[in-house]
Design a protein around this ligand. Structure first.
Ligand SMILES: Cc1cc2nc3c(=O)[nH]c(=O)nc-3n(C[C@H](O)[C@H](O)[C@H](O)COP(=O)(O)O)c2cc1C
Length: 251
């Protein structure tokens, strides 16, 4: 595996089968290397966490927080990185990675520019889905629900507790706009870093904290015999336990 990847070090790239400038064809070597790398990969083969779906809390948020803490303790890298799916004006899905900023009784919190592609999509269609995948314990969590933009105060507080780099990135702005050149970004970023250092509480009017209030949360525990456990919580009649119903799903 390592040897195969090494073969793609500087200067070792296989020659293209077609001249540059023409519609670039896939190189057979690269296709082969890709498939070999893909075939070498395994999932759910050892050291997975266990999960008893009978022994769970009434609220999905409580289980999410428990699983999150366990994922971090298991050595899972960046368990707070999650996938956010939104829908555009034509009903076409879009997806990207974001960091989870909090999770509480209101829901799952994240932050971004209201003027970004996702910001526009959420303003027009305020529903989204989140996906967490934690390969170390072999777990996945899916969350669906309505998204609200929180007010200016919480949006400002979101940046206030973060690093200079996070503030500089937010101050750079123009997220999702077409970039003319790398130099243009370097200039804007340099100015943003200088401002972030000299003005650590600088306001970024487009920076927005959002919260997704779930109406559906699914917990998936991978199993080496492929008897994966899927437990779905759905917001139900308030008369039922904790306002949520639970059901198992076929894997
Ligand atoms: C690990 C990781 C974390 C990220 N966290 C955020 C984030 O918290 N907020 C954000 O706006 N973009 C974040 N991004 C960048 C987004 O994935 C995305 O490129 C950006 O928000 C523009 O998305 P959009 O064009 O769909 O609006 C992150 C990217 C990665 C890879």
């Amino acid at each position: 595996m390592a040897a195969r990847l090494m073969a793609y070090g500087a200067g070792a790239r296989p020659a293209r089968s077609r001249p540059a400038g023409l519609n670039e064809a896939m190189s057979g070597d690269e296709q082969q290397a890709f498939r070999a790398a893909l075939e070498d990969l395994r999932v759910w083969d050892s050291g997975l966490a266990g999960f008893d779906p009978e022994d769970v809390p009434d609220l999905p948020m409580v289980l999410f927080q428990r699983w999150f803490v366990e994922a971090a303790a298991s050595g899972q890298v960046e368990p707070h990185a999650m996938t956010l799916a939104t829908v555009d004006g034509e009903g076409r899905p879009d997806v990207r990675t974001l960091l989870l900023h909090d999770a509480d009784e209101r829901g799952w919190h994240f932050a971004s520019h209201a003027t970004s592609a996702k910001g526009g999509q959420l303003a027009a269609r305020p529903w989204a889905a989140l996906g967490f995948y934690w390969p170390t314990p072999g777990r996945q969590v899916r969350v669906r629900g309505a998204v609200s933009a929180l007010g200016e105060e919480e949006s400002r507080a979101d940046l206030a507790v973060r690093s200079t780099g996070a503030l500089a990135a937010a101050l750079t702005g123009r997220q999702s706009e077409v970039l003319g050149s790398a130099e243009e970004l370097a200039r804007a970023s340099q100015a943003a870093w200088e401002r972030a250092r000299s003005e650590p509480d600088a306001a970024v009017p487009t920076w927005t904290r959002y919260v997704l209030a779930a109406d559906e949360v699914e917990f998936f525990q991978g199993d080496d015999r492929r008897r994966h456990v899927r437990l779905r919580y759905r917001r139900a009649d308030p008369a039922t336990t904790g306002g949520w119903s639970r059901e198992l799903l076929w894997p």
